[in-house]
Write a protein that binds this ligand. Structure first.
Ligand SMILES: [Zn+2]
Length: 257
């Protein structure tokens, strides 16, 4: 299994990071896509990915909630570093309309710019969409090219949001712990999403699945999400693993994985 979204460099793992990765591998999680946030966590991310170069694959990007007064220098940081390593994706990028911000316009500018950089390099994008599908679709409708592809990470949209994403024909749906929450409408929506359009993710250390909701999340709990998805799709967990892993390998170009 591949955890396609895990912030394993987060300080919450400082005390037991190695053990946590051992636990994840023992649970069958063999690869980790590591999304970037901003320049302040970049060195920590790279240190992790260099010491686990066989399984931790870094991305580069400026997260929408890190778009603030210094957004220009943060964006320059992405541009300066994007070709210095074989990053697997540009992300996470997108729009966050959940947390109040005076930088909504700048979030759009930063998102657009990073889509263009990803396209120019043939890289996928990892899109953070929080209460922001309308804005994100407007941006994609405006700047998308035939190269634009990637993942809608931690998808919690409606059936019509999914229909719009499907119409682009080049995005996969990232499914995480929210699927296991008691009142989630996601199981209903995912019934309409074919397994070959889904990748698994934890978003560790956030969004721990039931029955660990509210705790620090870790990649070793990815099988809980796979199991819930297997139940919804009425297939075996092995089949979910096989298809979603193939989707992740294809999306991130993990050819030698
Ligand atoms: Zn994230």
């Amino acid at each position: 299994m591949i955890d396609t979204h895990a912030h394993l460099y987060d300080e919450q793992f400082d005390a037991d990071r190695d053990e946590m990765i051992v636990r994840a591998r023992a649970a069958g999680v063999e690869g980790f896509i590591i999304p970037a946030i901003d320049s302040t966590s970049f060195d920590r991310m790279m240190t992790l990915c260099r010491s686990y170069s066989d399984c931790c694959f870094p991305c580069i990007g400026l997260h929408p909630t890190s778009v603030g007064a210094n957004y220009e220098s943060e964006l320059s940081f992405v541009e300066e570093n994007i070709d210095k390593y074989k990053f697997k994706a540009v992300g996470e990028i997108g729009i966050d309309s959940y947390w109040p911000t005076e930088y909504a316009e700048q979030q759009i500018f930063v998102f657009e710019q990073q889509i263009k950089w990803a396209d120019a390099r043939g890289l996928p994008v990892i899109i953070h969409a929080r209460q922001s599908f309308d804005v994100i679709f407007k941006v994609l409708d405006r700047v998308r090219t035939d190269k634009t592809r990637g993942i809608f990470h931690s998808f919690t949209g409606t059936a019509s949001d999914y229909a719009k994403i499907k119409s682009y024909g080049s995005f996969k749906i990232g499914v995480g712990g929210v699927l296991t929450f008691k009142k989630s409408s996601l199981p209903e929506v995912l019934k309409e999403v074919p397994l070959n359009e889904i990748v698994l993710e934890t978003d560790s250390p956030y969004l721990a699945p039931h029955p660990f909701r509210g705790k620090r999340n870790e990649s070793g709990w990815l099988p809980i999400i796979a199991e819930k998805l297997a139940e919804i799709k009425n297939v075996s967990i092995e089949y979910v693993d096989k298809i979603t892993t193939a989707n992740a390998v294809e999306t991130f170009g993990l050819l030698d994985y």
